[in-house]
Design a protein around this ligand. Structure first.
Ligand SMILES: Cc1cc2nc3c(=O)[nH]c(=O)nc-3n(C[C@H](O)[C@H](O)[C@H](O)COP(=O)(O)OP(=O)(O)OC[C@H]3O[C@@H](n4cnc5c(N)ncnc54)[C@H](O)[C@@H]3O)c2cc1C
Length: 510
């Protein structure tokens, strides 16, 4: 099992991508308060690195400020499929944004994946990139109907797809589609390649540098002692309360990398159509062929992560001859209410402050194309996708049930989280290494018992929008069910829109 700690990530479990990929980070030279950067990029995942490299290569002076280390966020916990199709199907996109919108969305995905390929070639990055065929299958009549819609929508926008009778899966299915030209890679080796190229081009990276606020004076954006003409929030979700909190729903997704007794691994990317869905592919990690299987997605802070892993393991055991589990990990992504990502000027912020979020499970391509869109905006160039993905677009939500569902859920938590719960002595029952929210004298306390048996008590009130956090027993984090803010066991902000740690509770405050 994956016990050794490598690069840190925003969860306690290690993904296979975290094996030591250290690259010395350049310290900022000189006093940053003296100069004005052309662009400050906040966040060092695939979005931030791609955008910063493009702007730096255009001859501008840029800096990446990362709260922890490059790849700490979801890019370090992804499953790294590169697709020509997306979680929001082209048929759904056409319903909501018209045929032109669906075509642009398909082109954007294609451009994102092409940019990854170009970067790999240009920067000679060895990142396990392999082309594969992707299969999507239906196991019942309802799913057969969905497949027909997906097929029609993909054909209309020129994405290569065909019905096939053979799929390299042991799962019995009724119908299946094959998508040509998919790919997979090692996301952190890829990021490492971008990082090296960025530093070689004169870019500056500062790690362990959290930026929670940018203020604007005389058209200069200021974050601490850093001053910049433009700012990109490449933090997966911009921090603090903003309109995007209400337009994106945070989800957790689960992955395992396992060894099979049979030694036979699928040479393809394979997806079922269940809700929540499952997928499998294979990857050679440290010279060892592994089956990478994942899915079981659910809204952050809702449902039991331990059960999600149990169900995923059961699924793998049902269809494959599992020998041993080498890795298990989970990570977070954001589902946009109208199906498309939000990339561009951050609503209600000063001009020249940009953001990118709501990629669903397609952030490899969309994070890459976001890099292109955002760099165009910084450089004052036109970009053909800017309008479609504008965070200020009027949402054609009629075609999407997610909007009502997600907002109803957030509203529920705002109310329910403020009611008193009747638990008192539960803290005593906590096992070492576990946490729980308990009611103590009308207050909600996030209590964690460490391995030495010591109880650490925090206010369970999320510092972002005052919902009540839940314990994530697998990643050992406090996860907010409303907007996806996440904190480690000690209350320190890990990810999401919160900017302040959970408040410690002193014994006399109970
Ligand atoms: C389990 C899982 C599997 C997935 N599989 C796929 C897949 O197969 N294909 C695909 O295309 N997509 C996939 N996705 C989605 C994809 O991984 C993400 O959309 C993508 O990695 C997001 O990249 P990002 O750079 O925008 O954000 P991140 O990688 O999260 O990077 C944001 C960075 O910003 C930093 N940060 C945050 N706040 C601050 C702050 N205030 N100051 C400074 N720094 C800050 C964080 O530490 C982090 O390093 C998957 C997602 C999950 C959860």
């Amino acid at each position: 099992m994956n016990k050794t700690t490598n690069r840190p990530r925003d969860g306690a479990l290690n993904s296979p991508w975290q094996k030591s990929l250290s690259i010395p980070v350049q310290k900022p030279s000189g006093d940053m308060s003296e100069g004005v950067l052309d662009c400050l990029v906040i966040g060092g995942g695939i979005t931030g690195l791609t955008a910063a490299l493009l702007v730096q290569n255009a001859g501008k002076k840029t800096m990446i400020a990362e709260a922890y280390c490059i790849g700490f966020g979801t890019t370090g916990g992804t499953s790294a499929h590169i697709n020509t199709f997306a979680d929001t199907s082209f048929a759904e996109t056409e319903n909501a944004f018209g045929q032109e919108g669906a075509q642009l969305f398909a082109n954007a995905i294609r451009d994102g994946s092409a940019l990854i390929k170009t970067n790999i070639a240009d920067y000679q990055t060895d990142c396990d990139y392999e082309s594969k065929t992707g299969y999507l299958y239906a196991e019942n009549q309802e799913e057969v109907k969905q497949l027909a819609e997906i097929y029609k929508g993909a054909r209309k926008v020129g994405v290569a797809v065909q019905y096939v009778s053979e799929v390299p899966t042991p799962v019995p299915f009724q119908q299946a589609l094959a998508f040509a030209g998919q790919a997979q890679f090692h996301p952190l080796k890829y990021l490492h390649g971008l990082q090296k190229a960025y530093l070689a081009a004169g870019g500056i990276i500062v790690e362990n540098t959290r930026i929670d606020q940018v203020i604007t004076e005389d058209q200069v954006h200021i974050a601490g002692n850093i001053r910049a003409k433009k700012v990109i929030w490449a933090t997966h979700m911009p921090p603090n309360i903003n309109v995007l909190n209400f337009e994106c729903a945070p989800y957790r997704s689960y992955v395992m990398a396992v060894k099979l007794k049979s030694g036979q691994y699928p040479d393809a990317l394979i997806y079922d159509s269940q809700e929540p869905y499952h997928y499998v592919r294979s990857h050679v990690i440290d010279g060892q062929q592994l089956l990478v299987a994942g899915g079981l997605d659910h809204k952050t802070g809702h449902e039991d992560p331990e059960k999600a892993f149990d169900d995923l393991e059961k699924y793998i055991r049902k269809y494959y001859n599992l020998s041993s589990i080498k890795y298990r990990w989970s990570s977070q992504y954001y589902i946009p209410v109208d199906g498309l990502p939000y990339i561009g000027q951050l609503p209600l912020a000063a001009d020249g402050v940009y953001c990118a979020t709501g990629y669903n499970g397609n952030g490899m391509m969309l994070g890459s194309v976001a890099g292109k869109i955002l760099s165009s905006l910084v450089l004052g160039e036109k970009n053909k996708y800017a309008e479609l993905f504008s965070p200020s677009r009027i949402k054609p939500i009629d075609g999407f049930s997610e909007f009502v569902k997600e907002n109803a859920d957030v509203a529920y938590h705002f109310v329910a989280d403020r009611l008193t719960i009747h638990e008192t002595d539960s803290v005593k029952l906590l096992r070492p290494g576990t946490g729980k929210v308990v009611g103590v004298e009308g207050k909600k306390i996030a209590a964690y018992r460490d391995d030495d048996g010591i109880i650490h008590a925090l206010s369970a009130v999320c510092t972002h929008a005052a919902c009540i956090v839940n314990w994530n027993s697998e990643e050992k984090s406090w996860d907010c069910p409303c907007h996806g803010a996440r904190y480690d066991w000690s209350g320190k902000v890990l990810t999401g829109p919160a900017t302040r740690d959970l408040q410690p509770i002193q014994p006399d405050q109970h």
